[in-house]
Design a protein around this ligand. Structure first.
Ligand code: FAD
Length: 398
């Protein structure tokens, strides 16, 4: 059934495009307003758990994505100071059998392009580039004004405009992200020339004092995405800046040769400051609602921010579809369900960050050794099972 006005979506990133595709399938008319050109240029990789790939498959996106994706066999955990391998968490076929969908690693541009292709083919979907939502207007419906002064009216407005959301300024005025003091340095290397374990078909996770390094294949296995996170330095404000090799290596001076060799081999680096946001008092106001990083940015230690945005999209579209785009019916249920899920992911991510980064100062060294010993004792599949609540999807209560 046609709605009299479209559901406006501010932001055509991962969450916004997923919402548009899901709303189209629910019979509504989404109109995505993106300030840039629907192209992801950050040059970074992303991990997607079965909780996200299951939804992408239902939305018809996974098939378009798989040729560019990689299915890692496992996560290998290492101590970044000693180089010792600490544990293996099986992924690959084990995870796919258990959760009914694959664990994949992809380049963000490939994910974005697959979403854009499916959205462009969507019968009821309109995509407008170069429309930066500058203001939310609220009369009988909901309207937005662009930075160029153009206005549009919709039956509902979804704020999928990321960490620095303009829609959030209207829904929850005064909520501002704060810098965590941590920075993620990112680079991409050709994979074939690298030694094991960097050429292995795995996600590698190296743990160190107030820092960690993650690497995994992207671009169908042709390239290796490397992310080096450090808590040192409070001056690293800004987003997606370039960084020198010396800056990155300086933060990992105490690390052992193997991961240092990888950091040295990286051709260039981008720095991505990590921000957090206090839980919002509300996720919706009038006909406007928030989704993804606009509602609940999550630190990257669990690699779930985009996956949460995709889950939000599926749930919001299902509820709006059932309520025939009536926000009064859909939004309270959406917020209740998704707030609980996002909170659990945020808290787990924060806890994992503390565990990854143990080892600073004397007491930290004791914790680091205990962590390593415990990781070494854990049964591999038991570790995977401890993530059933996450990878099994929001309705999985393990
Ligand atoms: P975004 O992807 O930021 O999209 C927002 C969109 O809105 C953009 O296209 C932007 O141009 C547009 N926009 C902004 N303002 C306006 C406006 N006013 N008007 C119109 N358009 C606007 N997540 C994972 O699931 N797995 C990972 O492995 C992972 N790794 C990460 C590593 C790092 C270092 C970091 C920092 C994050 C990582 N994440 C990961 C998190 C993930 O990147 C985000 O959670 C995800 O991109 C959020 O999607 P979104 O659609 O809410 O926002």
């Amino acid at each position: 059934m046609k709605t009299p006005r479209p559901v406006l979506i501010a932001g055509g990133g991962i969450g916004g495009l997923s919402t548009a595709i899901a709303l189209d399938r629910a019979g509504l008319e989404p109109h995505v307003l993106e300030r840039s050109a629907f192209a992801e240029e950050s040059g970074a990789g992303i991990q997607l758990g079965p909780n996200a790939t299951r939804i992408l498959r239902n939305l018809g996106v996974l098939d378009a994505l798989l040729p560019q994706a990689f299915r890692p066999d496992a996560v290998w955990l290492f101590d970044g100071l000693s180089g010792k391998k600490l544990a293996t968490v099986p992924l690959g076929e084990v995870a796919e059998r258990r959760y009914g969908a694959p664990y994949i690693t992809v380049h963000r541009a490939d994910l974005h392009e697959a979403l854009r292709i499916v959205a462009t083919a969507g019968e009821r979907i309109a995509l407008t580039p170069d429309f930066a939502v500058a203001q939310v207007d609220h009369e009988d419906g909901v309207g937005v004004t662009s930075s160029g002064g153009e206005t549009l009216q919709g039956t509902a407005l979804v704020g999928a405009d990321g960490l620095w959301s303009t829609v959030r300024n209207w829904v929850a005025p005064g909520a501002e992200p704060s810098f965590t003091g941590a920075t993620a340095f990112r680079s991409l290397l050709p994979r074939t020339t690298l030694p094991v374990p960097f050429s292995a078909p795995i996600v590698g996770l190296w743990l160190g004092p107030r820092s960690h390094v993650v690497h995994y294949p992207v671009r169908g296995g042709a390239a290796l995405n490397v992310v080096a996170v450090t808590e040192s330095g409070h001056e690293e404000q800004g987003w997606n800046r370039s960084a020198t090799r010396e800056t990155v290596l300086g933060r990992f001076a105490r690390w052992c040769d193997a991961p240092l060799g990888l950091l040295e081999a990286a051709p260039d680096w981008r720095a991505w400051s990590l921000f957090s946001l206090q839980p919002l008092p509300q996720w919706h106001r009038g006909r406007a609602v928030l989704l993804g990083d606009a509602a609940h940015p999550v630190l990257p230690y669990l690699a779930q921010g985009a996956s949460l945005a995709i889950e939000d999209a599926a749930k919001l579209a299902a509820l709006l579809g059932a309520a025939r785009a009536n926000p009064a019916v859909a939004y309270p249920a959406y917020e209740t369900i998704r707030r609980r899920r996002a909170r659990r992911v945020q808290q787990t991510s924060q806890r994992l960050g503390l565990t990854y980064h143990m080892g600073d100062a004397l007491l930290g060294e004791v914790f680091r050794r205990s962590r390593n010993a415990i990781l070494g004792l854990r049964d591999e599949t038991a570790t995977l099972r401890s993530f059933d609540w996450l990878y099994g999807g929001p309705d999985f209560e393990g």
